[in-house]
Ligand binder design. Structure first.
Ligand code: NAD
Ligand code: DAU
Length: 342
């Protein structure tokens, strides 16, 4: 059987790079193409260790580029896993337009090409990597299931929900073999330091203020990035076309709990905590019911939160060169604008 060819988009980002690495290890016979526009969030430093792997090819480009995407499909693809996105809620509040362009129109461009090149294919798969944020915000109890109605509250989550709905429509209308996953908050190595956990670790290491939004009691449900990627590999190979799968780790934590844990691990003072103006439209609580993944595939996360967060903190302590290499001039400008006078 000829080797499978997989297109991974957004593979220079946090989760995509983990999936690229994991795919090369789990499926050494696959040809892996990583298509990434290298926005501020994508960095080839993250993939240094595999850049010379003969099964791997990097292409710098936009998922919205029709000619480029057409050319990649014309070269033959078995699987597409779409990670490419604008992924940061705060940036979607200060500049929503690019979120619509990349997350909705970019995804549609991939779906269109798949429709053209995969008519009646039984074996090809398009996997849309989505998020629990499309379900909106929870009250103090209950969890998101795959049947929870979509009620996105930020321009980011609305754009992700838009892509999910298009993915669904391409299955129902055109019979495209699609899969959708919705995962909770990821943490782990190589996460861009604008998101909660790496931002707090890096500020604590630099003995700078740790900006906590609102009362710090918003809840997120944390999953180690390698557990997310393991689940995606299972869904890609065993999932039923047209189905949606929730992925989560049953690790609900208040933001302030995480911030205090980081300070304590790094032996820094809690006086560094600064409560700042809340995020507009800030979702209060996310919690994922991943019962379908557990029941259908017997999937379970490998990491406990306690082990994963300690390893992650240590990773950032030992990899300050990587952190410094991704903090470009643009990032420093963003940081100043986002937190000045807050
Ligand atoms: P990230 O911001 O770290 O990476 C996104 C990558 O996409 C970057 O490498 C960037 O250069 C690339 N990209 C952006 N626009 C592009 C375009 N037009 N064409 C090609 N590449 C482009 O994001 P992440 O945290 O790794 O998230 C990856 C995916 O997983 C996203 O779709 C996100 O919505 C989803 N997701 C993330 C989380 C999380 O906690 N981080 C949880 C659930 C789902
Ligand atoms: O739930 C999955 C989603 O998780 C993904 O779809 C997104 O791509 C990913 O960015 C993440 O979104 P969040 O908004 O939950 O992540 P973020 O790290 O930005 O914020 C986590 C929580 O921490 C949230 O309640 C806001 C709070 N926060 C964040 C920052 C950056 C702070 O209190 N201070 C901060 O400086």
């Amino acid at each position: 059987m000829p080797a499978k060819k997989i297109l991974i988009t957004g593979g220079a980002g946090f989760i995509g790079s983990c999936f690229v690495r994991q795919t090369l290890t789990k499926h050494p016979d696959y040809q892996v193409i990583n298509l990434d526009a290298l926005t501020y969030a994508g960095n080839l430093e993250t993939l240094r260790d595999i850049e010379n792997n003969p099964s791997y090819r990097f292409i710098k480009g936009d998922i919205g580029d029709k000619d480029l995407v057409d050319k990649l499909f014309a070269g033959g693809l078995d699987y597409v896993v779409n990670f490419a996105a604008e992924s940061h809620v705060d940036r979607s509040i200060s500049g929503p337009e690019i979120f619509t362009r990349t997350n909705i129109l970019g995804a549609q461009n991939l779906l269109e090409a798949a429709r053209k090149y995969w008519p009646r294919s039984q074996t090809a798969r398009y996997l849309q990597v989505s998020t629990d944020e499309v379900y909106g915000s929870l009250g103090p109890s209950g969890c998101f299931t795959e049947e929870t109605p979509l009620q996105p509250n930020s321009p980011y989550s609305a754009s992700k929900a838009g892509a999910d709905l298009l993915t669904r429509a391409y299955f129902h209308t055109f019979g495209l073999p699609v899969l959708t996953t919705r995962c909770s908050n990821n943490y782990g190595p190589y996460q861009f330091p604008e998101k909660l956990i790496p931002l707090m670790i890096n500020n604590a290491l630099a003995v700078q203020e740790l900006p906590v939004y609102g009362d710090g009691r918003n809840i997120r449900d944390w999953l180690h990035v390698s557990d997310h990627c393991g689940a995606l590999d299972i869904v890609l190979h065993q999932g039923a076309p047209g189905e949606t799968y929730n992925i989560g780790g049953h690790n609900e934590k208040e933001n302030i709990y995480i911030v205090r844990l980081i300070l304590s691990e790094l032996k820094k003072s809690e006086t560094l905590i600064k409560y700042v103006k809340d995020r507009p439209g800030h979702d209060r609580r996310y919690a994922i019911d991943s019962g379908k993944m557990e029941k259908v595939f017997g999937w379970k996360p490998r990491y406990t939160f306690e082990q994963g967060i300690r390893e992650t903190i240590q990773w950032y302590v030992s990899n300050q060169d990587w952190v410094n290499s991704v903090k470009s001039g643009d990032y420093l400008k963003y940081y100043k604008k986002q937190y000045a006078g807050r």
